[in-house]
Write a protein that binds this ligand. Structure first.
Ligand SMILES: Cc1cc2nc3c(=O)[nH]c(=O)nc-3n(C[C@H](O)[C@H](O)[C@H](O)COP(=O)(O)O)c2cc1C
Ligand code: SF4
Ligand code: SF4
Length: 369
């Protein structure tokens, strides 16, 4: 039911484990596949490995910031790691990172020789200034993609950044250069927080924010690419459940990747997401996930297409003993009041902004269109 073909590769399910230190070697990749991942992506491989800064990861309830850069295994060492990874019998995608087209093409062709099933170009790491710039330049990305595509015979996907002004322009450049697909999105440049007593930012330099914080950004990026560019998309950013994976698919992703959830909860979290995806598909009588791909895009209009019709909250007297009063406090137009065990909405003051309906934990309020 979850089997899918992505860029010509047959996957048992569409949930991949994203590039990162949890996939830093053959053993890590094998464990990800054994936990049920549909495919795995290596931590990004570079031509010049460097020492890791310490500390380089900080996290909180909603996500993480990292300044971990790349794999510390030299490209030659990946021959052995790929043998270990491939012994699990699944699809292994090699993430390669570099500054020039020829450097990327060299790394990609090495990884193809070592058994990689596809290449993911990681040219969008916000912890590395110059790559962040690359991620917004369609012409540079075009040259990089073209050179890699001509150097290998396996599919090439390009990992895009939300830190760009026009993601569809960049995705179009990838397609024009012969790229087979895009992955969206990489981490987003940020600072997780500041320790007030020590006056210290969470890490000693800017880093890439991942996890729940970036899911809305990832969803918007995927939807924009899907609406403007005919290219297969792998959605990534803040996925921690089957529902999150489905959100990405309904906005146009064919497959998804999970990073921070695996980092924080461990690889078994993949099995849970895949199992729940299967249950959801069964319960919704979905035979193949391609049936729901892009389904929510029909309900996603451009702003100029929005209707400016009067819409108001319907509640003249909604019985409510919850007493959370979130709606009363949230209404900026002072339209909501409580009267004993019921919530009253003054229709003459309600402007139909929708906040009360979305904030109500008991889903008691709705907007009449
Ligand atoms: C600690 C850490 C290291 C990462 N390393 C890489 C990397 O080597 N290459 C890459 O393309 N993305 C890397 N990423 C980005 C993830 O693959 C993913 O795009 C991002 O974290 C968003 O997904 P998530 O919210 O599920 O983590 C890393 C993320 C984290 C948190
Ligand atoms: S937000 Fe919902 S549950 Fe809370 S008081 Fe208002 S109607 Fe009741
Ligand atoms: S829709 Fe907006 S304006 Fe109307 S009652 Fe709810 S919060 Fe107030």
């Amino acid at each position: 039911m979850l089997e899918t073909t992505f860029l010509g590769m047959k996957l048992p399910n569409p949930v991949m484990v994203a590039a990162g230190p949890w996939n830093r070697d053959g053993k890590g990749l094998k464990e990800s596949l054994e936990a049920g991942a549909g495919a795995v992506v290596t931590e990004s491989i570079v031509s010049d490995t460097m020492l890791d800064v310490r500390p380089r990861i900080s996290c909180d309830r909603l996500g993480a910031q990292n300044i971990r850069m790349y794999s510390d295994i030299q490209v030659e060492g990946w021959e052995r790691e790929m043998d270990i990874a491939k012994s699990a019998g699944g699809v292994v995608i090699a993430s390669v990172s570099g500054h020039t087209p020829s450097e990327l093409a060299y790394l990609a062709s090495k990884m193809e020789r070592f058994g990689a099933d596809a290449i993911e170009l990681s040219v969008s790491n916000p912890a590395a200034e110059s790559l962040e710039v690359v991620a917004s330049h369609a012409d540079i990305l075009f040259d990089m993609t073209k050179e890699v595509v001509s150097a290998v015979s396996i599919p090439v996907m390009v990992k895009l950044s939300q830190n760009t002004t026009n993601i569809s322009k960049v995705a179009k450049a990838v397609k024009a250069a012969g790229g087979s697909g895009v992955t969206a999105i990489n981490t987003v440049r940020g600072i997780l927080g500041v320790d007030l007593e020590k006056a210290e930012p969470s890490l000693s330099t800017y880093g890439g924010i991942s996890g729940e914080y970036i899911r809305p950004l990832g969803l918007a990026s995927v939807a924009t690419i899907a609406q403007t560019t005919d290219i297969p998309i792998c959605g990534v950013g803040g996925i921690s459940s089957a529902e999150n994976a489905l959100e990405y698919m309904m906005l146009g992703a064919s497959t998804v990747q999970v990073g921070t959830e695996v980092m924080i909860k461990g690889k078994e979290s993949i099995r849970k997401i895949v199992q729940n995806l299967e249950i959801w598909a069964q319960n919704h009588n979905v035979k193949n996930l391609s049936e729901i791909r892009g389904k929510a895009l029909d309900n996603l209009k451009a702003f100029d297409e929005m209707k400016f019709e009067p819409a108001v909250s319907h509640a003249n007297g909604v019985p409510c003993k919850e007493n959370c009063n979130l709606c009363v406090n949230a209404c900026m137009y002072n339209a909501i009041s409580r009267s004993g065990d019921s919530i009253r909405i003054d229709r003459s003051k309600c402007t139909g902004c929708g906040l009360c309906a979305s904030i109500c934990p008991a889903k008691k309020l709705k907007i009449d269109l």
